[in-house]
Design a protein around this ligand. Structure first.
Ligand code: SAM
Ligand code: SF4
Length: 335
């Protein structure tokens, strides 16, 4: 273990989100265009390179790894990467290994993920209506995802559902989705839709459903109590007294979580994004590939990057135009 990663604003960096592929078997309308062009395979870090990257971060104090994408479970041989990370759980350096998935492949991998030490998964699911599910994911099938969730719970994985809040789309389903999660003992988090990437014709401002309004909708149905719990990220939590359920709200456009931000994001090409809402990144691939036998240059490059972590981000919907719009896709940085 070397010196921990502390940024210029005295924030400890203990959480790394890793996008292992930009590819996906869905084409969610808020995330990708239907004819999305993917990166050439040669630009991607190999699984061994991803291991070296993650290991360097773990040696510098990262305690939580979240594997994401694109869809992480469509990356070929991805289980060998999860299995390799198990050694950091076994050593105690890593406290949590987890992933965010669309659930389409969970039926295949749930048991292996549990065996690798994964205990919790976030599954993204915006609707329980089959037709709407096909509409929003373009290529997805609801049944397959529900089977995946069944398999995950059966394997012993705790499942959290992430739903993107979309006005006039899943707005009417809020009570049903909430009830379904309660019945299955799954936490639920709503995500505010963000202006990321060029996704074709959809107008994201039309889809925008403010989480303030989602919360108000809850108050129409339940007794809502604020919880003090924070995770260093943009999520805030409430409890629904009637069901004793924890509901999260992720409002990435608000600035009020930046002061406690503990995370950075690594893309599948080895770029490190210090802030979800800023274009600034450090390319770590050179430091890795040019020095196959020593980790010092990579560690130096990581420290230099963390020194550039900005205080906060620049999203702003307030003028009804998408100021601060990010040109990259969520599937690149992994959300
Ligand atoms: N494919 C996996 C999945 O869908 O869970 C992991 C990657 S996906 C990019 C991670 C999360 O980002 C998902 O929960 C997805 O709903 C969310 N997401 C994608 N585009 C978004 C956007 N424009 N605004 C808000 N959330 C978005
Ligand atoms: Fe794929 Fe996830 Fe993006 Fe949907 S949100 S297109 S499942 S990466």
């Amino acid at each position: 273990m070397t010196a921990p990663l502390i940024d210029p604003f005295a924030r400890s960096i203990t959480y790394l989100r890793v996008s292992v592929t930009d590819r996906c078997d869905f084409r969610c309308v808020y995330c990708m265009s239907e004819d999305m062009k993917f990166l050439p395979k040669k630009d991607l870090l190999t699984l061994e390179e991803l291991d070296r990257m993650c290991t360097a971060f773990v040696h510098m104090g990262v305690e939580k790894l979240r594997i994401t994408g694109g869809e992480p479970l469509v990356r070929r041989n991805i289980m060998s990467f999860f299995n390799a990370m198990t050694r950091h759980l076994d050593s105690g350096a890593l406290k949590e290994l987890t992933l965010t998935t669309n659930g389409s492949q969970l039926h295949r991998f749930a048991d292996d993920l549990y065996a690798a030490g994964v205990r919790r998964v976030n599954v993204s699911l915006d609707t329980l209506d089959e037709d709407k599910f096909s509409q929003i994911t373009r290529w997805g099938r609801l049944k397959q995802v529900l089977n995946g969730i069944d398999a995950a719970q059966k394997a012993g994985l705790r499942v959290k559902i992430n739903a993107v809040a979309l006005k006039d789309f899943n707005e009417p389903e809020l009570p049903q989705i909430t009830q379904w999660c309660a019945e299955r003992d799954m936490d639920l988090t709503w995500i505010e839709v963000m202006p990321m990437g060029d996704i074709g014709n959809e107008d994201r401002l039309d889809q925008y459903w403010s989480l303030k309004d989602v919360r108000k909708e809850y108050e129409n149905h339940y007794t809502v109590t604020d919880l003090a719990e924070r995770t260093g990220g943009p999520a805030r939590y409430v409890r629904l007294e009637e069901t004793n359920q924890k509901i999260g709200f992720i409002t990435p456009l608000s600035h009020n979580f930046c002061e406690s931000c503990n995370r950075v994001r690594l893309t599948c090409t080895g770029e490190l994004y210090m802030c979800l809402g800023q274009e600034d990144m450090a390319d770590l691939r050179g430091a890795l590939r040019d020095h196959p036998d020593t980790e010092q240059p990579l560690e130096d490059a990581i420290r230099a990057a963390i020194n550039l972590k900005p205080k906060g981000h620049d999203f702003d919907y307030s003028r009804q135009s998408v100021d601060g719009k990010m040109s990259r896709h969520m599937s690149h940085t992994g959300g």
